[in-house]
Ligand binder design. Structure first.
Ligand SMILES: O=C(O)C(=O)C[C@]1(C(=O)O)C=C[C@@H](O)C=C1
Length: 381
C-alpha cells in the first residue's frame, strides 16, 4: 500500500467517526428543539453560539486552525438551527401571509407617482393589465401616505434605472413606512424631447423634466449648453407644463404617451444615453402578504457599530446557501456615517434556509425589516 492510500484510509476512519458524532449531535439538537417548542424558547441563541465558538477556538492545541474551526462550527450550528426550525415548524413567525394571487378589479384603487402619461402610470397599466382606478400622486411620499391612510389598495413607484442606478429616496421611504413590496415590473424607457406644435429645436431655451429624465439624457443635453435645465415633478408633469404655458421656447423630456396626451410635437426622438434604457418599478401594499412561492425577498437592517458586523451578518446567507442579488446602503438620517443596508436575495419566505437566515439576522441586527417577497422580473437584477 502506498503512503497516500494509507493516509486516505486513516481519513476514512476519521470521517466515519465524525459522521457518527455528527448524527449523535443532530439527535441532541432535535431533543433541544422539542424542549424549546414546549417552553416557547426561540431557536436561535446567539450568546450560546458565541460562547461555544470562543471556547472551541481558545482550547485549540494549534491556533493556526482557529479560523477554520470557527467556520466549521458556525456552519454546523446553522445546520442545527435549520433542523430545529423544521422540527418546530413555524413557531417563530416572520409575520407574512402567503396568498395565491393579488386581486385587482375595476374598484381597486392604485396610487402611482406622476401624472397621466408618466412612465409609472405605464408600469401600473401593464402590471395590472389595465384593471383598477389609477390616482396620480405628486410625490413618492404621497404614494406611501395613500397606502398608510387606506386611500389606495396598491401603490406603484420607480426604484431603479439601468443607466442612473437606484432611486435612493424610495429606499428611505420603504424603511420608514409600513408598506411592503408585492411585485415588480420593468418598463423600457424611451425619452423624447417635446415642444409646442409650432416649435423648432432652434427655438428652445428651457427644458423641463424629472431629475431622472435629465440624468438619463445628459449626453444629448451637453450638446446644448445654453439651455436652462429645470428639474421637478414627473416627466409627464413637465409635458403638461409645456403644453399649458404655451411658450415656444420651452420643451419637455417625457414619454411618447405623455407628449401625445398633452398635444406636443416631437423635436428629437430617443435622446436617452443608453440604448436599452429600462426602469424597474415596485408594486406596494400596506398588507404583509406575498404570492406563495415568490422567489425574491427584499430586506433592510441596521447593524451594531462594531468591526466585523457586516461580515457576520452576511455569513447567515452563506451558511444557508442563499444567493444575494443586490446590496445597497443608505445613510441613516440624523446619525452621521451610520448606514442601513438593503439586500435582495433569491428564495421564498417558506424556505427553511430563508427562515433560518432571517430570524438569525433579526436577532443580531439593531433593527431588521422584511420589505416584501415577490415574483422577480427575469434578469431584472
Ligand atoms: O444550545 C442550543 O440552544 C441549541 O439549540 C444547539 C445549538 C447548537 O447547534 O449548538 C443550535 C442553535 C442555537 O442557536 C445554539 C446552539
Amino acid at each position: 500500500m502506498n503512503d497516500m492510500l494509507k493516509l486516505r484510509n486513516e481519513i476514512d476512519e476519521v470521517d466515519k467517526k465524525l459522521k457518527e458524532l455528527f448524527e449523535y449531535r443532530m439527535d441532541l439538537v432535535l431533543k433541544i428543539a422539542e424542549y424549546k417548542k414546549k417552553n416557547g424558547i426561540p431557536v436561535y441563541d446567539p450568546a450560546r453560539e458565541e460562547e461555544k465558538l470562543s471556547q472551541l477556538k481558545n482550547s485549540l492545541a494549534d491556533k493556526k486552525n482557529a479560523d477554520a474551526v470557527v467556520e466549521l462550527f458556525s456552519q454546523i450550528m446553522a445546520i442545527s438551527r435549520r433542523a430545529q426550525y423544521a422540527a418546530i415548524n413555524s413557531a417563530d413567525d416572520l409575520g407574512f401571509t402567503a396568498v395565491d394571487e393579488f386581486e385587482a378589479g375595476d374598484d381597486t384603487v392604485i396610487a402611482y407617482y406622476g401624472e397621466t402619461g408618466s412612465f409609472t402610470e405605464q408600469a401600473m397599466l401593464e402590471y395590472f393589465d389595465g384593471k383598477g382606478k389609477g390616482i396620480p400622486m405628486g410625490t413618492f411620499e404621497e404614494v406611501m401616505e395613500a397606502l398608510k391612510n387606506n386611500k389606495a389598495d396598491y401603490g406603484v413607484l420607480p426604484i431603479e434605472n439601468s443607466s442612473t442606478g437606484t432611486l435612493s429616496d424610495i429606499f428611505d421611504l420603504l424603511a420608514e413606512y409600513d408598506n411592503y413590496i408585492i411585485g415588480e415590473h420593468v418598463v423600457a424607457i424611451n425619452h423624447i424631447l417635446w415642444g409646442l406644435p409650432d416649435a423648432e429645436l432652434s427655438d428652445i431655451k428651457r427644458v423641463y423634466s424629472h431629475r431622472q429624465g435629465l440624468l438619463q439624457c445628459s449626453n444629448f443635453l451637453k450638446k446644448y449648453p445654453h439651455w436652462e435645465l429645470v428639474e421637478g415633478g414627473s416627466t409627464a408633469g413637465a409635458a403638461k407644463k409645456v403644453s399649458m404655458e404655451n411658450d415656444i421656447t420651452q420643451a419637455a423630456i417625457a414619454s411618447r404617451r405623455a407628449g401625445e396626451t398633452y398635444g406636443l410635437k416631437i423635436l428629437k426622438p430617443s435622446i436617452h444615453n443608453e440604448e436599452h434604457n429600462q426602469t424597474r418599478f415596485i408594486i406596494i401594499s400596506n398588507k404583509r402578504n406575498y404570492i406563495r412561492n415568490a422567489k425574491r425577498i427584499s430586506i433592510c437592517f441596521v447593524l451594531p457599530h462594531k468591526s466585523g458586523a457586516l461580515y457576520h451578518m452576511l455569513s447567515h446567507f452563506i451558511h444557508n446557501n442563499i444567493n444575494l442579488t443586490k446590496i445597497e446602503s443608505r445613510p441613516i438620517k440624523g446619525q452621521a456615517f451610520r448606514y442601513r443596508f438593503f439586500i435582495d436575495f433569491e428564495g421564498s419566505l417558506e424556505d427553511l434556509e430563508v427562515k433560518n437566515a432571517l430570524l438569525s439576522i433579526k436577532k443580531e441586527a439593531l433593527e431588521m425589516k422584511i420589505l416584501g417577497s415577490y415574483v422577480p422580473v427575469p434578469n431584472s437584477n
